[in-house]
Write a protein that binds this ligand. Sequence first.
Ligand SMILES: *[C@@H]1O[C@H](CO)[C@@H](O)[C@H](O)[C@H]1NC(C)=O
Length: 300
Amino acid sequence: MKTIVWFGFVLGALSAAGDVILTKPGQSATFKCGVQTYTQSLVWNHGNDRIISVSRSGFPRKGKFNERSKLKSETTLEISGVREEDVGKFICTADGTSYEHTLLVVSVSASPSSELQLGSEATLQCQVKGLNPPDSPVRWERPDGSLHSGSQTVQLKSVARTDAGNWKCTFSHDGGKYNESLEIKVQEPGPKTAAPSPSPSSKDVSVTQPPSTDAGLLGLKWWMWVAVGVGCLVVVLLMVFVIVLCKRLKRKKRKFLNKKTGRQPKTYCQCDRPAAAAKPQQGRRKKKPSALPLQPVLIA
Ligand SMILES: *[C@@H]1O[C@H](CO)[C@@H](O)[C@H](O)[C@H]1NC(C)=O
């Protein structure tokens, strides 16, 4: 018996409170009147201001919101390009019966963006306009479902992997609970291999920030090191090349000089083995005369 009475009371309270419409700034809000049709007249008000009025026998007349308001069906109102100052009561009166609805404008945002770098700093903001009571608490719920300690602003000193997912901005209005979610993505830094990440749940600055700064420095130095390494390699290769060239040139010069002048190596050989040295000397002497007559022939 008691539960039925209580249930009836809750239903009555709900119908009296009407719909609560949550909309983000710039989007459109749709209000269902509460009845599908009317026989005589339909009026939509924003507080005391007339938005639109229609009667079966005449043209619809627009007031407040002008171009931003339109009837989507016979009784459903749509407000486009919602602004924060649009919050409040939207009252539909069909054939003299009123149905009251409430518009709340909720903006959830993450800065610098909803795609955050692991270890970076970030701020989540939730702003709800039109709450009753106006000072009812607005709080953030983490992706794992736990309530974030704090208010409508969340400061993340160092974004962790566990921060990825759907954050919910929760608030109550006229006794009902509502929420607006914001999806956060966490990006891993690219060329980071030696990341000390044994603290996925910890959000302390001291624990999780060092890897982030390390990664940043590494990210910077990675290119510099490659450039320096390539530079050094090129210099070393050039030096080796130059040394080899010099040696070859010297060898050629020596051979050339030896052929032209003293034939010193042969004299050394002669000293070592005088008997054997005589023959090669003859051989080379024979070669030279044979080579020399060719040159004049070619020139001639
Ligand atoms: C958030 O709101 C939706 C309806 O919009 C509801 O189904 C859900 O249970 C709410 N979640 C929380 C955590 O309040």
